[in-house]
Design a protein around this ligand. Structure first.
Ligand code: IMP
Length: 429
């Protein structure tokens, strides 16, 4: 049974959670393979709204087993907080959620390293402040990384922290260099006590999830992979260095879940009908005017994790063609179309101009992308409210034309159009 991946083709926040929710009944497993508690998603279950950032969206589904793969970085207090919040809301995930023993653990020194790095205006990336980048640095650097499975071995964990924490204290002090409020040196013993306490509660969730998923595929189970963040934030192919620290394209599945790529045969690319991004970095179609402000307000474009206002811009077909090709997207779903109602004119970026030359190529190096000017095609808008529309044929002509043109520019068929946050506010194309 082939696997499916839902992946955002922009800079994240494409409302992937809604697509996962719509597909929920068609799957036995829902898997996260990258990122950490930087991926905010709002889910509604039992008439209650839950804000999750680490657990997979699928966790609220009955009869779906959720997996946090080895490619994810985990802050244990956050993991337990989300499990507790769900339990308080009537959803018990014990028995339906596993956490890879090879996922890496975020410690307080990661948060501190990030705070210091982000306080330097020149090197600032605009991160979510959840310790994601420093934890991945330690994973790849190998000397200071600690995996979830190690939390289950108290003497070993204490030894590791007794080595790591003094090193981190020295690094942090050197990094702060008297310029930023210095944090009191961290205490290895206290961190070990705290994390061993978390480990007691996390223990029942810890598993070899890679083997679990391989067995699931062998047994013909249906597996859905949720890519966190968006393709343009992928550490290799995104707008480097203004990216996250993991592989947010489907290419991350093999490494981040231990599932061979050939098992994933349907790739659903998710885009907004416009573009948003949070944090620093170039954004060719950004709108810094009243139109941008209006889209931000109507689309409620404020970060789920940090509450920051998202930067807003027109749909960028150059970027989406680039990510759709990298992701191997078979289809796209277009989200938040209703937000564009009432705008007299809509613009679509079809190509870039760089140094007086037109190009269809997306330069993912930020220093190059900064020089690109968007070339727009203008389309008439529509005034009608779309939130009650359920069929393509009931959309205003201008909205149909807009969708058709987006599909044509992306070179993909549209499978779903979303016209509101509710599950019912969906058009199956
Ligand atoms: P980090 O992932 O916290 O290191 O942040 C790196 C960049 O990715 C920043 O620009 C963040 O705002 C952005 N980012 C991380 N996670 C998300 C997400 O889920 N949605 C949108 N942007 C994100």
């Amino acid at each position: 049974m082939p696997g499916t991946c839902v992946v955002g083709l922009q800079w994240g926040d494409e409302a992937k959670g809604k697509i996962v929710d719509l597909l929920g009944d068609q799957f036995d497993f829902v898997v996260r393979f990258n990122g950490g508690a930087n991926a905010g998603h709002t889910v509604v279950a039992n008439g209650k709204t839950f804000k999750l950032s680490l657990l997979p969206t699928g966790v609220i589904r009955k009869n779906v087993f959720s997996v946090i793969g080895n490619g994810v970085v985990v802050y244990p207090p956050r993991f337990l907080e989300e499990v507790d919040t769900l339990r308080a809301g009537g959803i018990d995930v014990s028995g339906s959620l596993s956490l890879s023993d090879h996922a890496h653990v975020i410690f307080p020194y990661h948060m501190e390293e990030e705070r210091l790095a982000e306080s330097d205006s020149e090197g600032k990336i605009g991160t979510t402040g959840r310790g994601i980048g420093p934890c991945y640095q330690d994973k790849v650097g190998r000397r200071f990384g600690i995996r979830v499975g190690e939390l289950l071995h108290p003497a070993h964990l204490r030894d590791r922290l007794n080595y790591i924490v003094p090193m981190k204290n020295r690094l942090i002090a050197a990094f702060a260099n008297g310029h930023v409020d210095a944090l009191k040196p961290l205490d290895a013993g206290r961190i070990a006590d705290e994390y061993l306490g978390h480990a007691e509660r996390i223990k029942p969730f810890i598993a070899d999830t890679s083997r679990m998923l391989q067995e699931a595929f062998a047994a013909g189970k249906r597996v859905l992979f949720e890519a966190a963040q968006g393709s343009l934030l992928d550490v290799d192919h995104g707008t480097y260095p203004y990216v996250t620290s993991s592989s947010s394209l489907p290419s991350g599945i093999w490494g981040g879940a231990g599932v061979p790529a050939k098992n994933v045969q349907r790739i659903i690319g998710v885009v907004k009908a416009y573009t948003t991004r949070v944090g620093q970095g170039p954004f060719p179609t950004e709108l810094l005017d009243d139109t941008g402000e209006r889209i931000r307000k109507v689309g409620r474009e404020y970060g789920t994790v940090t509450g920051r206002p998202r930067r807003v811009g027109w749909f960028d077909a150059v970027a989406v063609r680039y990510t759709a090709a990298l992701a191997g997207a078979d289809e796209i779903t277009i989200m938040l179309l209703d937000v564009l109602s009432g705008l007299p004119e809509l613009k679509l970026c079809t190509t870039y101009e760089i140094d007086g030359h037109r190009t269809n190529h997306f330069p993912s190096d930020s220093f190059q992308l900064e020089r690109c000017k968007p070339v727009y095609e203008s389309m008439p808008g529509w005034s009608e409210d779309l939130t009650a529309v359920r069929r393509l044929t009931d959309l205003p002509t201008a909205a149909r034309r807009y969708l058709d043109r987006v599909a044509e520019l992306a070179g993909l068929k549209v499978s779903v159009v979303s016209v509101g946050p509710d599950r019912a506010q969906t058009i199956l194309a």
